[in-house]
Design a binder for this molecule. Structure first.
Ligand code: CTP
Length: 400
């Protein structure tokens, strides 16, 4: 139920920390990738060795893993890596620090860097929990968007009985499973995505290609899969190695191979998003042997490739959505709108090479989306993961 989800678990110093070892086990059992960040105070209650063994990842406790060698634990990367940050148990001290932006340990630094949902599970003695300061800090955190799970009633480590127990690890696991398995527009939808460049062979060692990295298509595939879609990614040659294991990858090399695969798949999908930078021309003949240099100039005779997106536009049914990309250098809106109409698309994602940082090479992109009713929506420069999010959000609101 949690396959492909990245969970960062923060553990602070409360006796309830022993329950977090079970929580790690449950989350890993559900398929989540779990990394643990703990405070030094938590060391009194659980060992990093148990947590590292259970999570299958090293446990982070300090800003540096080897201060002399200058090897540090990148809290910003960790914060951005996570799909969910759980702090369980969250002590009165950690909650107070979080509420006031204090950042004197690596767990707090991860919290400040995280862009994902943050959930806290307080655990402390009943009077500490009921204290006006703790309650005020919990209110501050709630207001800032942190989800606070109230402590539960029962027997406490002090021997007293009352409200202050951390939620049980099974309950926390169920909440996490629920969060990631809520039905979205994409749940169960079959999505076909094209990505990367195509290579058009000239001879056994040379080809005509382009600079597409494939990153935008892969980001779309990962995001759609994490939203519950069944994703087939038809990709030209790329150097990308990270792909959500739920994505069905079909690797191709040339435009004609990509066309064959896509035409076979398209009739059965709900949504097609074509981000590939397909070659428009291919050599008429591929030499079987390496072409030798001579004193003359060399001309290549090129023929047009199939317009893969255009072909799908011709057979698209009423209830299918088809989205294309357009990379333009001038008269961007005009050319993109023409492509949208000519290829019978529901929407087109425009990249302008005039926008610094946009396009198919880097990690960022800047897009404008035009739909078939001529609504035009401009976005700022963002990471390709965030752009993928914007694109999927936009598509989910389109009517076929
Ligand atoms: N596309 C395709 N097959 C091709 C060429 C393009 O499927 N042979 C798709 C791309 O994946 C993209 C869209 O069509 O979604 C537009 O690609 P682009 O190269 O901008 O447009 P072209 O139609 O090739 O027009 P031009 O190169 O003349 O701008």
């Amino acid at each position: 139920m949690l396959r492909g989800k990245k969970i960062l678990l923060g553990i602070s110093g409360s006796i309830a920390a022993y329950k977090s070892t079970y929580l790690v086990r449950y989350l890993v059992k559900e398929g989540a990738e779990v990394k643990v960040v703990m405070t030094h105070a938590a060391l009194d209650f659980v060992t990093p060795v148990s947590l590292a063994t259970l999570s299958k990842n090293p446990v982070i406790m300090d800003f540096y893993s080897d201060r002399e060698a200058g090897t540090w634990n990148n809290h910003v990367e960790l914060g951005l890596w996570a799909d969910l940050l759980l702090i369980a148990p969250a002590t009165a001290n950690t909650l107070a620090n979080m509420a006031h932006g204090i950042c004197d340990n690596v767990l707090l630094a991860c919290y400040l860097s995280a862009r994902c949902p943050v959930w806290v599970f307080p655990a402390m003695d009943l009077d500490m929990y009921a204290n006006a300061s703790t309650q005020a800090n919990l209110k501050i955190l709630s207001k800032m968007g942190v989800k606070v799970f109230e402590a539960t009633e029962g027997e406490l480590a002090s021997g007293l009985s009352g409200k202050g127990r951390m939620q049980e690890p099974e309950e926390i696991r169920d909440e996490v499973v629920h969060l990631f398995n809520q039905k979205t527009y994409w749940s169960g939808k079959h999505v076909l995505i094209t990505a990367g460049p195509t290579y058009e062979a000239i001879d056994p060692v040379r080809f005509i290609g382009n600079h597409s990295s494939g990153k935008m298509g892969y980001a779309l595939a990962n995001k759609a899969a994490s939203e519950g879609a069944q994703v087939t990614l038809v990709s030209g040659p790329t150097a990308i190695t990270e792909l959500d294991p739920r994505v069905d990858l079909v690797s191709v090399v040339s435009a004609s191979e990509m066309n064959n695969k896509v035409q076979a798949l398209f009739p059965s999908v709900d949504v097609g998003i074509f981000a590939a930078a397909v070659a428009d021309y291919t050599p008429r003949q591929v030499s079987d042997t390496k072409i030798k240099k001579n004193d003359n100039e060399l001309s290549l005779d090129l023929v047009k490739t199939q317009d893969i997106l255009g072909n799908c536009g011709k057979i698209k049914s009423e209830d299918q959505l088809l989205i294309g990309f357009a990379l333009e250098t001038n008269d961007e809106i005009k050319y993109a709108t023409e492509k949208l109409k000519k290829k019978n698309l529901n929407a087109i994602i425009l990249n302008s090479l005039k926008d610094e940082g946009a396009g198919f090479k880097g990690d960022n992109n800047k897009i404008t989306i035009i739909d078939k009713n001529n609504n035009i929506l401009e976005f700022g420069l963002k990471s390709k993961t965030e752009v993928a999010n914007d694109i999927l959000n936009f598509i989910s609101k389109l009517k076929s």
